[in-house]
Design a protein around this ligand. Structure first.
Ligand code: ADP
Length: 625
């Protein structure tokens, strides 16, 4: 048995080298592959880009039977199937868009045992004729992609996923392997319970994505802040997430006005429009997609160099998943979030309105809203906090973070500076809260009083007569707003979410015990503001962005990228399926002069070498001579 497993593992490594051109496995890949080979149920949690797919794909080839892969979206299945075909592997998908004759032909190939990987939706698994087909072909392994969709505690719950419970009943001899990028302990336990996994091997990878640089900025001039990021990533792929469809449309329009080629993507577009937008982005005809979060799962381009959020996502799980779409190829990428405390309220009212519609009646026990609110509070605390972004994310997912300084987030890169006289400012803000009726007014009104603005509300409540009126008038509105958020993040001020009889809802500022400690000088606080010198910031950014370009001939890289786009277009694939950016950069650095030398480049498997090797070699040789 031990020898058999050792042989299978050696075989798997050979398969990975032959088909994918990778000479080493990443952390946990070997262990995850072993559980598939041994037929032991498993749950693998690895961040996006960690290499989960290979964990069921390579063993499927070694085992020689058909492995069934459950995937939530047709577009995701297509990407996977195309990617596998590019590597010379027999993979197909069965989906509702296929004609009866197409399906018939595919089913014949499946019955004849030609297919190693069969991709289907969760709904299809529950169909009796599909069950009949699987019975005929000795399926002994199921891979469940995006497994967190089965859990109501996760961030992408899908009722269809609940049907997967049946797999263990219908196929008691098959092993079931669940894969996800985001799962807290609750979600992990829920996945295991819902799928009915038997003594599963649970593997949880390192959540940190060291190649991502996280920045959270207060939202002041959103369009300029977006343009700033887009322009520093000229010619590179990016995704901008907006909270609403309206935001998506408006931002796309403004970007185009500013001569930035961007496509919009949201649920309000027709399926055709969505497909076109996605194809444009995937085929590298357009490098920037502006989207709502609901449709992110189909976006699968591996060389995304930046992900930007123009508003706060609704949970840290979402944030991790969405930012996780940057730098899947392992190369450096930037994640910028524009935050305003108004986002929290906006989300809370969206959640309240949609709570009943969000879930099917049989699963909505009221806990959804409670969970959603908890997620929102955690996310908002993360944005306001001034601790290392990598550390806070990793610790949220229950892991410890060893590095003192990640050198890849706004906090550790010291892109913020301490505000002079933080304690006095904090005391002034808090004592102003003490003078207005506790729990009645929001941060906006507080700012008006502190700056000495005679607004209608200020006059109505005679707050212009307070001793704190105009006490911080020399500071900018945005700074004051940020500092109030920071005081909340530091736990020395609370926000209370209130809905008035009229239906109007807002967050009121409320003092707590810690507030009094600050006011009595028993506790010190550190307030920060963004570094003002853009020169200094740019120098830092360039340093990070430059690292993995070392030794790469950029002109050659662009030439290689151009043939990649052409080939992908001919094949109807996503560009990175021909070769990833990492592979192209290695080619543009090593400049192999023969096919043998090219085969040593990471990501050049046999099928790709045979199909595209000559063409790429020609360009490299022409460029070098
Ligand atoms: P996930 O599903 O975890 O988000 P993928 O399976 O899409 O990640 O893998 C991300 C990228 O890493 C893909 O381009 C994949 O081919 C590549 N990859 C996976 N395993 C390895 C490996 N052992 N060595 C090098 N690259 C790998």
């Amino acid at each position: 048995m031990v020898k058999q497993l050792a042989d299978s593992l050696a075989h798997v490594k050979e398969v990975v080298q032959r088909h994918w051109g990778y000479d080493t496995l990443r952390p946990l890949q070997q262990q995850a592959m072993e559980s598939v080979l041994r037929g032991v149920d498993s749950l693998l949690v690895l961040p996006t880009g960690g290499g989960k797919s290979l964990c069921y794909q390579a063993p499927a080839i070694v085992k020689g039977n058909t492995t069934v892969v459950v995937s939530p979206l047709i577009s995701l299945m297509k990407d996977q199937v195309d990617g596998l075909k590019a590597c010379g592997i027999a993979a197909v998908q069965l989906d509702s868009s296929q004609s009866a004759s197409e399906r018939f032909a595919l089913e014949k190939r499946i019955r004849d045992g030609e297919i190693r990987l069969l991709f289907v939706s969760p709904e299809r698994l529950a169909m009796s004729e599909f069950y009949g087909l699987l019975q005929q072909i000795r399926v002994d392994a199921f891979a469940i992609d995006e497994a967190h969709c089965i859990s109501q505690w996760g961030h992408d719950f899908r009722t269809e996923y609940r049907q997967l419970k049946k797999i263990k009943e219908l196929f008691p001899h098959a092993s079931v392997h669940a894969y996800t990028a985001t799962a807290t302990e609750d979600v992990r336990a829920d996945i295991i319970r819902q799928l009915g996994l038997h003594n599963p091997e649970v593997m949880v990878g390192d959540f940190d994505r060291p190649n991502l640089t996280y920045r959270i900025l207060s939202r002041r001039e959103p369009l300029n802040q977006v343009l700033d990021v887009v322009r520093r990533h000229n010619n590179e792929a990016g995704i901008i997430y907006c909270i609403s469809r309206k935001n998506v449309d408006e931002l796309t329009k403004s970007l185009r006005k500013n001569k930035v080629n961007a496509v919009a993507y949201h649920a309000g577009l027709t399926p055709d429009e969505r497909r076109t937008a996605q194809d444009y982005f995937a085929s590298e005809k357009c490098d920037l997609i502006v989207a709502t979060v609901a449709f992110g799962m189909g976006i699968d381009r591996s060389n995304v160099r930046y992900v930007m959020h123009t508003g706060m996502p609704k949970s840290l799980e979402h944030y991790q998943q969405e930012t996780g779409r940057a730098g899947r190829d392992g190369l450096e990428a930037e994640c910028v979030l524009l935050y305003s405390s108004a986002d929290l309220m906006l989300w809370k009212s969206i959640m309240e309105k949609s709570a009943s519609g969000e879930l099917a009646a049989d699963t909505n026990d009221g806990s959804f809203l409670e969970a959603a609110n908890k997620h929102l509070e955690t996310m908002s605390r993360y944005c306001r906090g001034a601790v290392c972004r990598h550390r806070a994310l990793v610790e949220y997912f229950g892991q410890s973070f060893a590095k003192e300084n990640c050198a890849a987030c706004d906090v550790c890169l010291s892109e913020t500076v301490e505000v002079e006289g933080s304690d006095i400012i904090a005391q002034k803000i808090l004592s102003c809260v003490a003078r207005i009726k506790n729990g009645r007014f929001g941060a906006g009104h507080l700012v008006s009083i502190l700056r000495g603005e005679t607004t209608e509300t200020v006059r109505k409540w005679q707050h212009d007569e307070l001793s704190t009126f105009g006490i911080l008038s020399s500071h900018a509105k945005g700074d004051l707003r940020d500092w109030i958020d920071q005081l909340v993040g530091l736990g020395v001020l609370d926000l209370l979410h209130l809905t008035m009889q009229s239906g109007f809802s807002f967050s009121a500022v409320v003092l707590n015990d810690e507030s009094w400690k600050v006011m009595r000088s028993q506790r010190s606080v550190k307030l920060v503001q963004p570094m003002r010198s853009t020169k200094e910031l740019k120098a830092k950014r360039l340093k990070i962005a430059g690292d993995s370009w070392q030794g790469v001939d950029k002109d050659l890289f662009e030439k290689l990228r151009a043939i990649r786009i052409r080939i992908a277009k001919e094949k109807g694939w996503q560009a990175f399926m021909v070769f990833s950016d990492a592979t192209l950069r290695e080619m543009a650095s090593v400049k192999p002069s023969t096919l043998l030398k090219m085969s040593k480049i990471k990501g050049v498997g046999n099928a790709k070498l045979e199909n595209f090797g000559e063409e790429f070699l020609q360009v490299i040789n022409d460029h070098s001579n």
